[in-house]
Design a protein around this ligand. Structure first.
Ligand SMILES: NC(=O)c1ccc[n+]([C@@H]2O[C@H](COP(=O)([O-])OP(=O)(O)OC[C@H]3O[C@@H](n4cnc5c(N)ncnc54)[C@H](O)[C@@H]3O)[C@@H](O)[C@H]2O)c1
Length: 315
């Protein structure tokens, strides 16, 4: 009994080299063809190259998820290429921000437009073609632990991520009559495992977007040759006013932060036919972080989880 996405077509938005690109790769390794969207064309192209290197059939569909005409255009390009879309991963997002007392309305509007309206527009146009073609597809919306908990200096990010959880529940009701499922997936502070990123910076830094007071944005630098990130709401380069650096891994009950590969195994299963009755739900892969009673400090000595089942064959 193997999870198998053979013959399915996936569209993934926001395929940066961390989670979005990692999920695109994982869906491909489980058998899907993958259309890679990003507002930065060179990022979409870089992810296509990573997927092809791993034996996955992929195309780049650059565009802004918050612009309805662009969404319609790139959705149509996927249908023209492969005839249908069975899986949508809404992942494009802008992290960072400021306190409710300081955040400028222009940055709030942009963050909501990308993180929430973008999910709505892609769900609308991919959902419509699923209905028209009778595809009983699967849509997954990336939330964040910052959508369930209050993170300081992140008013737009937390609000948009919390909104996604309710967007999913309401959409699930609209899509269920057509056999289309929609769920959210909650990542947290993430251990980067893209070999190119690790090689480019010579270490393995955690991206702390979904984390606590030390959260500093999604934390993955531009790859060589890439233009700066479209981070209209972000503030990755500025220190936060509160909190300090924390060892996120040791604060998590299992003692190790998840990688995009850990997310991908769950997301692929959630997109598969084994999950046929799951809709309007959330799946969390966070090493136990959200379940933790807040004053509880996990013991320093832990055996740790089982080893990661890797999927990227890059040397
Ligand atoms: N990295 C983390 O620690 C973390 C934790 C929890 C949740 N998340 C969520 O997971 C998702 C992916 O995270 P990531 O680490 O891969 O982020 P990332 O910043 O590395 O990638 C996000 C991508 O979205 C793209 N993007 C921004 N605006 C866009 C737009 N208007 N249209 C199309 N693309 C656009 C960016 O260019 C970027 O490549 C995001 O929704 C994020 O909020 C991340």
């Amino acid at each position: 009994m193997d999870v198998n996405l053979n013959g399915k077509v996936a569209l993934v938005t926001g395929v940066g080299p961390n989670i979005g690109g990692g999920l695109a790769l994982m869906l491909g390794k489980y058998g899907a063809k993958v259309a890679c969207n990003d507002i930065r064309p060179e990022v979409a192209e870089a992810t296509v190259k990573r997927l092809e290197r791993n034996g996955v059939e992929a195309i780049a569909i650059p565009g802004d998820v918050s612009d309805e005409e662009q969404v319609k255009t790139y959705v149509q390009k996927v249908i023209d290429t492969w005839g249908q879309i069975d899986i949508l991963i809404n992942g494009a997002g802008i992290d960072g921000g400021a306190s409710v007392l300081d955040f400028e309305v222009e940055r709030w509007n942009r963050q909501i437009a990308v993180n929430l309206t973008g999910y709505f527009l892609n769900t609308k146009w991919v959902g419509r073609q699923m209905v028209e073609k009778g595809i009983r597809g699967s849509i997954i919306c990336l939330a964040s632990t910052a959508g369930w908990q209050g993170r300081a200096n992140s008013i737009g990010y937390c609000s948009s991520k919390g909104g996604i959880i309710q967007f999913v529940r309401a959409s699930a009701m609209d899509l269920a009559p057509y056999g289309i499922r929609i769920n959210s997936f909650t990542p947290t502070a993430t251990q980067v495992d893209n070999p190119e990123v690790i090689a480019a910076r010579g270490d393995n830094i955690t991206s702390q977007s979904g984390g606590g007071p030390g959260g500093r944005g999604m934390g993955v630098p531009n790859m060589p040759g890439q233009t700066p990130r479209a981070n209209a709401g972000g503030q990755d380069d500025q220190p936060h006013k509160t909190g300090g650096s924390a060892d996120f891994a040791s604060m998590s009950p299992l003692g190790e932060l998840p990688t995009p590969t850990d997310y991908g195994h769950v997301v692929a299963w959630l997109c598969s036919d084994y999950a046929r009755l799951i809709t309007g739900s959330d799946y969390t892969v966070d090493s136990g972080a959200l379940a933790k009673y807040w004053p509880y400090i996990p013991p320093a000595e832990k055996v740790g989880p089982l080893p990661l089942i890797k999927m990227d064959v890059t040397e």
